[in-house]
Design a protein around this ligand. Sequence first.
Ligand SMILES: [Zn+2]
Ligand SMILES: [Zn+2]
Length: 261
Amino acid sequence: MSTFQELPAASSNAWSNEELMSAVQAYLGMLRFELKGEYYNKAEINRQLRDGPLTCRTKASVEFRMQNISAALYELKMPYIVGYLPARNIGSAVKEKMVGLLRQNDIEFLMPYVPTADTDALSAKVSSLRKQTYLKMPPGSKHPQLAIKTMSSYLRDPAVKAWVLEAAKGVCEGCDRPAPFIGNDGLPYLEVHHVMPLASHGSDTPTNAVALCPNCHRRCHYSNDSDEFKLRLYEKIERLRLEVPEPIDAGTYESIDANLT
Ligand SMILES: [Zn+2]
Ligand SMILES: [Zn+2]
């Protein structure tokens, strides 16, 4: 008789908000351990819940709630506890309810894991994940979602780019080393960088453009000494003229992955 009642039957009475919230909070606690690579005991936490706030629930129904929470996290593109596979057959109402309860908790620690199409946001997330003490090999996504980005780009003068590249004669104007390889056009591969970014209203002229090897180019965009590096370029390359920056155009930013400028 009692074993029959313990089955997570459809007739079992609905969970209260308080009950659901205690499951969500226990889940998030376990997820924190999981992401830190620390040990925790799922069965023990399940038992503690049933000794406490979920006193009239069965082990299996608590497990099923945990899988509901995994499904909600999956929906949010956030990591979930691998041992609780997202429940597949839950209705959108339940999922929404779980998402709502998750959002009432501190889930900021999950934000770095959420995929993004924004290059700058991606870099920030990657940096914050790399600074964590533990990173387990993630499952990733077999079919990453395609995001349509609206991007503004400046019209670039091919003659300026060609002239700057030819003037460099196959040698990086940053480090004076030869181009690292021959490009698929048969010419030494260097990249043209605008010392005052176009987005800051820098000009597209030979006096604001330099030919750099990929390492020096990335250094201009991403290094912690990019300002000093830029000053050295101004000192070193006679044709460069200092330009006054203006506020960056809204919606445009220079990202080396998006457009090598
Ligand atoms: Zn270089
Ligand atoms: Zn650049």
